[in-house]
Design a protein around this ligand. Structure first.
Ligand SMILES: *Cc1c(COP(=O)(O)O)cnc(C)c1O
Length: 455
């Protein structure tokens, strides 16, 4: 059959509150034209993030009732530990309340002034946790990863030649080499198995540990299966184990590919590092058998890990984004290709060419999507990255709008609706105006800034 149906049926539903355009214009004005300031129940299709927004399965909700809340040594912990080990065979598995907590613990040990941590692209919390220690986060993405129209299959690869040179020049200052799968900040593009292994070999040649930021490991494994020669007959768990076979550790946000609403972990092979990490964990997160989570959360992760490697699920998951990208591309809406694993990225700078970058074309499109169709997205561009520490502004590398797909939440007709809203905007895209910022905090301004449309 050609039609890829949602590989689930729905037992428990949440209503979507329908709003009118007039109502949305007023709500957005009241929110000072910042989509983060909207109340979620005023949003019809919420594509703000895929983080922590997954729909859990009946089996996961079942484990929420059977979870064990013992402070130490809970059976829930041991089920979590076994499920993680089934895919990621590390010596030490340390639960945390979410991904950035694992990063904070890791870099409290490995970071420090003068150190440098290379990766394909660091996610912003990873960068933040590295830089907070005085260390430098270095992105070494392959050049095709920055070209929206390059159709290469693995645009999330780390540039191996640059990594070799970087290690030759700086190895003494490098505490570990990292790779993010899929490359979230680079549009959800995957890294190949060959690239992951080669990066690990370079790290090991210099005696350095290789750490994977694994948030979207299952989506990455799906891309490997379907795009990397010789991988098509392997099972997803088999590919996942191979992806991690040369790694010395991982950080994980379970809010992504563990299909839960909260959770994460840090995994390590080195005993001394793990001992330091657990000491830190006890101070900041909790006892090592719960790490800031309830026992039931650990059980939900264990069940989620069994579900996320299901090939029918992954095909449906990735296909939703491909479908939207194909439809938008056919309509002439500029999008990043190929589609990423967790989101669709629209190139607002190109589409709204009449709005200069310092008038925030991505922000303008995000506001228009809400007003026209109640769709909440986020700008990834000059609002997010354009402010320099001295308060001056410069255009970001690109002005994108991200449509991040929550897992198992929306159906085909929701995707068709999103496409239709773009179709409606298409006729009047040149009428969309730029914006100015009327109030902003000194850092991370996109979350709380206030805006005003320009005439
Ligand atoms: C979300 C994310 C993180 C941080 O995880 P949280 O659970 O949000 O703290 C780190 N790295 C990547 C690639 C992510 O997508």
């Amino acid at each position: 059959m050609k039609t890829i149906i949602e590989p689930f049926r729905i037992k428990s539903v949440e209503p979507i509150r329908f709003t009118t355009r007039d109502e949305r214009e007023r709500l957005l004005r009241d929110a000072h034209w910042n989509t983060f300031a909207l109340h979620a129940d005023d949003v019809m299709i919420d594509l703000l993030t895929d983080s922590g927004t997954s729909a859990m399965s009946a089996a996961q909700w079942g484990t929420m009732m059977t979870g064990d809340e013992s402070y130490a040594g809970s059976p829930s912990f041991w089920r979590f530990d076994a499920a993680v080990r089934n895919l990621f065979d590390f010596v030490h598995i340390i639960p945390t309340h979410q991904g950035r907590a694992a990063e904070a613990i890791l870099f409290s040990i490995l970071g420090g002034t003068g150190r440098k941590v290379p990766s394909n692209t660091h996610f912003d919390t990873t960068r933040g946790n590295i830089e907070a220690t005085g260390a430098e986060a270095v992105d070494l993405l392959v050049p095709e990863g920055l070209d929206p129209n390059d159709l290469s299959p693995f645009k999330g690869n780390i540039d191996l030649a640059r990594l070799e040179r970087f290690m030759a020049d700086h190895a003494d200052d490098v505490p570990c080499v990292m790779i993010t799968v899929t490359n979230n900040a680079g549009g959800g593009q995957p890294a190949s198995l060959a690239n992951i292994h080669a990066a690990a070999d370079i790290a090991h040649a210099h005696g350095k540990p290789f750490i994977i930021d694994a948030c979207r490991f299952a989506e990455n494994a799906h891309f490997i299966k379907h795009r990397e020669p010789g991988q098509e007959d392997r099972s997803i768990p088999d590919i996942v184990r191979d992806m991690f076979s040369k790694a010395d550790g991982m950080t994980m946000s379970a809010k992504k590919d563990a299909l839960v609403n909260i959770g994460g972990w840090l995994a390590l092979n080195d005993d001394d590092l793990a001992m330091k990490a657990r000491n830190r964990l006890i101070m900041t997160e909790g006892f090592p058998t719960y790490g800031g989570l309830a026992g039931r959360d650990l059980d939900a992760i264990a069940q989620g890990l069994a579900e996320v490697v299901d090939e029918d699920y992954l095909r449906y998951r990735v296909r939703t984004n491909e479908y939207i990208v194909e439809r938008l591309d056919a309509m002439g809406v500029p999008v990043i290709k190929p589609a990423g694993g967790h989101a669709v990225f629209v190139d607002a700078r190109t589409w709204l060419a009449h709005v200069p970058p310092l008038q925030y074309p991505g922000h303008s499109l995000a506001c228009a999507l809400y007003e026209a169709g109640g769709i909440r997205t986020t700008e990834i561009g000059t609002v997010m990255f354009g402010r320099r520490p001295d308060g001056s502004e410069q255009p970001a590398a690109m002005d994108l709008v991200r449509l991040a797909m929550p897992r198992r939440v929306y159906t085909q007709s929701h995707a068709d609706y999103v496409v239709e809203v773009f179709d409606e905007l298409r006729g009047a895209v040149t009428d969309l105006t730029g914006y100015e910022i009327t109030e902003e905090p000194p850092a991370m301004r996109h979350f709380t800034a206030k805006f005003r449309p320009l005439p």
